[in-house]
Write a new protein. Structure first.
Length: 208
């Protein structure tokens, strides 16, 4: 899901940079403003997610799918902490590993550190409230699955609407959404089992 350089036009790239930085700065203020802002736990979660994201599967259209775990991060350290963890990982992957372009870093962070994190967490909380804590694994699965699916859909919109990319939205959105929703089942299952295990063994490690 990492967009490389040359796929997005300058206006889109700059706009998403600005939006992303605003959200990241706000998330940092919110995460560290209370007594739950543990930088050690944030670092541990960021490192674990970094390792999980090394699993990649190529998909048609010149891109790839991989575990994102943005929603899982939010379930562990809250949406603001999850946003920070994902953003730090994406910066490292971009600058040191060539995973995603520098000009597209704002877009990649918007998709994976904002859309996946906040939407996935919101779905998790809504389902948890509707079904109760005894259905926590279902809530976690849906949050992880829909979160990555929507992030991929937004990614498809970004590259499809860009005049620099060779495929229109009619192709990019279905390809990105369908493949990530299919492979996102794996992410949903992983998210559900991690959250379910922690809920039984160490519930204090789950946010809220």
């Amino acid at each position: 899901m990492h967009i490389p350089d040359g796929f997005l036009d300058p206006i889109t790239s700059l706009s998403l940079y600005v939006i992303t930085l605003i959200v990241v700065i706000y998330s940092a203020k919110r995460y560290f403003s209370g007594d739950k802002g543990d930088i050690s736990y944030l670092s541990v979660i960021a490192a674990a997610i970094f390792a999980a994201q090394m699993l990649n599967w190529p998909i048609p259209g010149g891109t790839s799918a991989h575990l994102v775990a943005g929603a899982l991060a939010a379930m562990l350290i809250g949406p603001f902490g999850g946003c920070l963890a994902m953003f730090m990982n994406l910066v490292v992957q971009c600058l040191l590993m060539g995973d995603g372009g520098i000009t597209a870093l704002g877009a990649n962070a918007f998709n994976m550190a904002i859309v996946d994190v906040f939407v996935g967490y919101a779905i998790y909380k809504l389902v948890l409230k509707a079904l109760g804590k005894q259905r926590r694994m279902i809530a976690a699965f849906l949050g992880g699955w829909i979160g990555i699916g929507l992030a991929a859909t937004v990614c498809g919109l970004e590259i499809g609407l860009s005049p620099l990319f060779g495929y229109p939205v009619a192709i990019t959105v279905p390809v990105m959404a369908s493949w990530h929703l299919a492979l996102g089942v794996i992410e949903g299952i992983v998210t559900a089992f991690v959250v379910g295990y922690l809920a039984k063994r160490s519930p204090n490690l789950l946010w809220g």
